[in-house]
Structure formats: structure tokens, C-alpha cells
Ligand binder design. Structure first.
Ligand SMILES: [Zn+2]
Ligand SMILES: [Zn+2]
Length: 344
């Protein structure tokens, strides 16, 4: 079978790979149909992912945003997992015994592993995986079904923030994750202000029902957001950029007793006046992937919002052009929203 293999930093090639054996107990083999590419893929591909986040483990078949159909089912799998069913892949593997696992937060497991980062992922014609990692999804277009993974990050973020109906929430960064946070938060009844540098991304946010602001600098953006939200500032702010200035704006604008949620990954450092955290008693919340139940919630969000999510898919390439898809996605930040590789 064919597989797009990241051989070393900056180099991906289409190679002939052995097919996986027949699935063992509790295991399925899926035929990936659509694989989304995201910022963490760019970091891995360039060899810039921090060791904690997976480092650079080459050669590796990337692809953690995966939808496909079931090709074979091993003994002891859930009865709904039948050959031909379309599924979305929950890529997280946790040890089950470390401290975060013991308190019900496997998404921050000390031995955290992601399919497509630490283990081979979806950019191949067949993928063997444990049955607990596949979720049946009722969506006709596999590219939209593959959005379940980025949506699952948004579900986690909105759950961490405990967004309540009628609340005003600000999202810094209107890329795919920011837009997905917007979609999930709006479903929970929030009103949204989306902030980004790029007008094309803000246009999409407006079409999806948000108010928007073009990024200028942290001070101006925080001032505008505090006016928009009414007295005291927005009770919920998400950063989906990982940019230091945006994180500073988030902490500056969030209301006292509010929630500031860090979703964007970054190796940057942001200087923040410590007193802002104590004076405002800010809940500063990090987000890493999601747990099993939240992935199930994400699948339901995708099924309810397929039209909105379809608008986030800006480019599709066949598996044979996966190396081009990766470099195009990395080098075209103003054109690209979500790049999807089609393996079907
Ligand atoms: Zn991703
Ligand atoms: Zn663990």
C-alpha cells in the first residue's frame, strides 16, 4: 500500500509500505479517506515540535485528523463497528495510571501519545488502531468527518471555559481551531467576538455569526473587547494563536473572576504583569486535546454543523500529492484555512 512518509525534517515522500496484518482482539483496520493537516503537523514536519509534544521521531506517517471507513474488525469490538462504516479517529493514547490519568484527565497523560505524531497516522491507505479510538460518524463527506478532531479541541476548550448561554466570549485567532471554538461556543449560546490579522478569516467568522475585530496591538484590542463586552470585560477569552501579544491581550481584557483559556500551542514566552492574575483572580486554563467523552461530543457537533465546517476546508489534495499539500499548507498562510489530503 502507499503511505506518505515524513523521512526527516522537511522531507515527505510517497513510499510503498507493508499492509497491516489482520486486526487483533479489540482492534480495527480502517481505510483512511480524508486527513486534515494542521499547525502541529507543520511543527512536527519541520522538526520544531518540543520533546514534550512529541519531538521529531522520524520516519513517521503523519496525520492525526482522520476519517475513514472500517476495512476489517478484530474480535471483541463494539457491535456498531462493522466493515464499511465511516468513523472519525480519536488520536489520543494515555497510560491510565499516571497522576493526570488517575484524576480523569488522560489528555494530559505523562506518557501522552498521539496517532500521527508519536505513532503512525492517517496518511496511508490502511491504518490499524484500537477500537476505542474510532467513533462512528454520520457524515457523507469524509473531509468534513475529519474535522471531528479539530472540533474536539474546541469542545475541550469550551468545556474548560464552562461557557454559559448569553455570555460574551472573545476568540483571538480565527484559523480552523478559533473558528471551531466559535461554532461550539455559539451552540452553547455565547455571543462571539473573533479577532485576527487576516480579513478573509474575519469575513468567514462574520458569515458564521460572530462579530469581528482586526488585530492591531494588544492594548487597542483589549480596549475594544472590553467595550464590546460591556462593563468589566469579557468573562471568557480564548487564545487560539499562541502568539505572545495575543496572550497578553487575553489576560488584559478578561473580566475579573473570568476565564482565560490557552488553546494555541507555542514555544514563545509572554511577559504578563503578575498582579493582573491576582487582582482579577483570573482562571488561566490550558487545553490539550480532549478526552473520550469530548470526542463523542465533537462527533455530534460535526453532525449538526456540517455546512459551517465545510466552509473551513479550503484545499484538498490526493494522497499522491501529500508532500505538496504539506508544503503548500505551510507556505500559504493567507490562502489556507484547512488543507485536507484525500486518501480515497
Ligand atoms: Zn491538528
Ligand atoms: Zn497517564
Amino acid at each position: 500500500m502507499r503511505a506518505a512518509v515524513t523521512q526527516r525534517a522537511g522531507s515527505m515522500a510517497l513510499l510503498d509500505y507493508p499492509e497491516p496484518p489482520a486486526p487483533g482482539p479489540g482492534e480495527v483496520v480502517i481505510r483512511p479517506e480524508a486527513v486534515g493537516i494542521c499547525g502541529s503537523d507543520y511543527h512536527f514536519f519541520s522538526g520544531h515540535l518540543s520533546d514534550a509534544a512529541g519531538g521529531s521521531q522520524f520516519p513517521r506517517i503523519q496525520g492525526h485528523e482522520v476519517a475513514g471507513t472500517i476495512a476489517a474488525v478484530g474480535p471483541g469490538c463494539r457491535p456498531e463497528l462493522t466493515v464499511g462504516r465511516r468513523v472519525a479517529v480519536w488520536p489520543l493514547h494515555a497510560c491510565g495510571t499516571c497522576y493526570p490519568c488517575s484524576v480523569g484527565r488522560p489528555n494530559t497523560c505523562d506518557a501522552f501519545k498521539l496517532t500521527g505524531i508519536h505513532d503512525d497516522g492517517g496518511l496511508q491507505e490502511l491504518l490499524a488502531i484500537g477500537q476505542q479510538h474510532v467513533f462512528v460518524i454520520d457524515i457523507d463527506d469524509p473531509a468534513i468527518a475529519a474535522m471531528a478532531e479539530p472540533v474536539s479541541i474546541a469542545v475541550r476548550a469550551v468545556n474548560r471555559a464552562a461557557v454559559r448561554p448569553g455570555e460574551r466570549a472573545v476568540v483571538l485567532g480565527a484559523g480552523p481551531i478559533g473558528q471551531c471554538i466559535g461554532i461550539v461556543a455559539r451552540e452553547r449560546g455565547a455571543e462571539l467576538l473573533m479577532i485576527d490579522l487576516q480579513d478573509s478569516r474575519l469575513t468567514l467568522s462574520r458569515q458564521l455569526g460572530a462579530q469581528t475585530l482586526q488585530w492591531s496591538d494588544a492594548g487597542n484590542v483589549a480596549g475594544f473587547a472590553r467595550q464590546w463586552s460591556g462593563p468589566g470585560g469579557p468573562p471568557v477569552v480564548f487564545d487560539a494563536t499562541g502568539a505572545a501579544a495575543a496572550v497578553q491581550a487575553m489576560v488584559a481584557m478578561v473580566a475579573s473572576a473570568g476565564r482565560a483559556v490557552q488553546v494555541g500551542m507555542s514555544n514563545e514566552e509572554a511577559s504578563i504583569r503578575i498582579g493582573l492574575l491576582t487582582e482579577k483572580e483570573v482562571d488561566l486554563l490550558g487545553v490539550s486535546c480532549c478526552d473520550e467523552q469530548e470526542f463523542g461530543e465533537a462527533v455530534a457537533v460535526v453532525e449538526r454543523n456540517s455546512q459551517a465546517l465545510a466552509r473551513l476546508i479550503s484545499h484538498q489534495f490526493p494522497l499522491t500529492r501529500a508532500p505538496h499539500a504539506m508544503s503548500f499548507a505551510m507556505n500559504s498562510p493567507t490562502e489556507v484555512m484547512k488543507v485536507v489530503v484525500r486518501c480515497d
